[in-house]
Design a binder for this molecule. Sequence first.
Ligand SMILES: [Zn+2]
Ligand SMILES: [Zn+2]
Length: 116
Amino acid sequence: MGTRGNSQESYQFEDGAMKKIEYGRYPKARKTVGGGQSVDEWIKEVDKSKPAHHDYRDRSLKIHGLICARCGREFDHASRHLLTVHHKDGNHLNNPPDGSNWENLCVYCHEEEHVR
Ligand SMILES: [Zn+2]
Ligand SMILES: [Zn+2]
């Protein structure tokens, strides 16, 4: 649930490697990735599957710091996946760049916030 940081990084790496093959030595090559899907289509799908919230999560952590706004628990880079971004107005599409709709909450406080 929203804490898949590591798998993303490996995806990006594979993505880059595939692009290298596609646009490097064999620019016209139509390699398939199984199911008759071309590399181009596959890359597009990988791009699409990147969650949009990945971007605002990083920004919110940068703006508000690695600390839970409720219980004050502090996090570091090893445990930052336990810190989630809560939307104060409940609208995940409302992401003002100044971070005014975001609140960094640890997973425990975040659950509390939505149970009430
Ligand atoms: Zn907390
Ligand atoms: Zn929330």
